[in-house]
Design a protein around this ligand. Structure first.
Ligand code: TRP
Length: 452
């Protein structure tokens, strides 16, 4: 089996595919509403702190496990050190990635509906009209489920084409388009009258809103956005070449990811402030407020609102699919290699499980609002469970595993690509993986759950 294993074909392919996984609804849908709910610039500063101190070392740790093992997540966590127990990190990763794929596809499906509605000119109207439109659409039973399932199916079709022809090709095509679309809308949004207040909200910190919850939210957001903690990066790294510089790749991807999140903020808040929409309107921000923002804000010039709205939802759908591909791949390659199934059948298992989760999540925020767990809709519960519990736990265990359990020589060999020279960067990384990450993640947990 080892011999048939495909790798990414080029350096740029590696960066774009992994950045494609990282850049997604997490940046364009989740980041803006989390920022809006948690006080703007102060949240962003803590978020950036989490990326630098915990995110990058976490990414490198997953890369080390994956690239060294060159196999699926579960066997990878058994390879770096003896003792089979650590494989549980891989199993947990597959479980959380598949749950995320399920609820993420619900929102990705909404994007498809909105793309369609934008093209058909159905989003033209005042804010009451648009918010009714969202309520009517998301409250119906069939259409949201259909779009969610369509999205999972599209993901399935890319994944079965394999690493080079499916994942890498899609990312190389979609990522540049995504960046251009984003820039166009950012410029349009920042040129609106009154946009300055939105920019100020993003860049002028107000620490009065910061409490333990904000730290956990920022941590969860950082990990979610980097695709960290579900063995997703470990799986992608298993397709890296031996020459790939892990530290450099992690930094590049973290930089691209954070830049796109901030650009997404620059796209959404100036437009929202310009028409007096509150920044903390939560997960529906981009579906309820934005369509009318686009219409009102660009009302002076005919067609601009119409075109911007189409571009925006196309952008979201593209960003989402390069991410769902990566969530799907983790489970697919596991079933493919472990159960010796064909890639197609392996992918079918993931698709079916994610589809079931998608259906229930979709109903829980629409037609059956009784579908709740711990007082949250099923969808919010899964989002909380994965982003704020499972991902930090996954990243914590990975850092402990690489920092303390795996033989240091092997870890150093992967980090430095085989050069035996003493490396300051390696020392810094090892310190972060051994001490900084575990201690910070545990402190944030203890604080959030009321122990300290
Ligand atoms: N990072 C993606 C985003 O920001 C989501 C994502 C893709 C993800 N793969 C993942 C999140 C694996 C957690 C784990 O939208």
């Amino acid at each position: 089996m080892g011999k048939e294993r495909n790798n990414f074909g080029s350096k740029i392919g590696i960066v774009l595919a992994t950045a494609g996984s990282a850049v997604g609804l997490g940046n364009i849908w989740r980041f803006p509403f989390m920022t809006g709910e948690n006080g703007g610039a102060a949240f962003i500063l803590i978020y950036i702190g989490c990326i630098l101190l915990l995110g990058i070392p976490g990414m490198i740790s997953e890369f080390i496990v994956g690239r060294h093992a060159a196999t699926n997540a579960v066997s990878a966590y058994g390879k770096l050190a003896s003792g089979k127990g650590w494989k549980i990190i891989g199993v947990l990763g597959i479980v959380s990635a598949t749950i995320i794929l399920g609820f993420y596809s619900v929102v990705a499906g909404w994007c498809l509906q909105y793309l369609y509605a934008s093209v058909a000119g159905r989003l033209n109207g005042d804010s009451a009209y648009v918010s009714n439109y969202f309520a009517a659409f998301s409250g119906s039973v069939v259409m949201p489920i259909v779009w969610g399932l369509v999205f999972i199916l599209l993901t399935h079709l890319v994944v079965i084409r394999g690493v080079r022809n499916g994942i890498e090709k899609a990312s190389k095509m979609f990522m540049p388009i995504l960046f251009v679309l984003l820039l166009i809308i950012v410029i349009a949004s920042c040129l609106l009258p009154g946009a300055g207040r939105g920019i100020e909200f993003l860049f002028k910190p107000d620490f009065s809103k910061v409490d333990g919850g904000v730290f956990l939210s920022a941590l969860g957001q950082a990990f979610f956005s980097l695709s960290l903690g579900t063995a997703c990066l470990c799986t992608y790294a298993s397709y890296f070449g031996k020459q790939t510089n892990l530290m450099r790749s992690a930094s590049q991807i973290a930089l691209i990811d954070s830049m796109i999140a901030i650009l997404a903020g620059l796209m959404i808040f100036p437009a929202a402030f310009s028409v007096g929409v509150s920044p903390d309107s939560g997960p529906s921000l981009i579906f309820i407020t934005l369509p009318s923002v686009f219409q009102q804000a660009f009302a002076a010039v005919p067609m601009v609102g119409y075109v911007i709205s189409i571009l925006f939802y196309a952008l979201l759908a593209l960003a989402a699919i390069t991410s769902t591909i990566s969530m799907h791949e983790i489970g697919t390659v596991f079933f493919h290699e472990q159960l010796k199934l064909s890639r197609k059948s392996a992918a079918a298992i993931v698709t079916v499980v994610a589809a079931i989760i998608c259906v229930f999540c979709s109903l829980s925020v629409g037609a059956c609002d009784g579908l709740q767990l711990f007082g949250m809709s099923l969808m919010d519960f899964f989002d909380f469970l994965t982003a704020q519990i499972m991902l930090p736990v996954g990243a914590l265990l990975t850092c402990v595993y690489v920092g303390w359990v795996a033989p240091r020589k092997v870890v150093q060999h992967e980090f430095t690509n085989g050069s035996n020279a003493r490396s300051i960067l390696f020392t810094v990384y090892l310190f972060a993986a051994r001490f900084v990450c575990p201690v910070c993640i545990i402190l944030i947990f203890l604080n959030q759950f009321g122990v300290i």
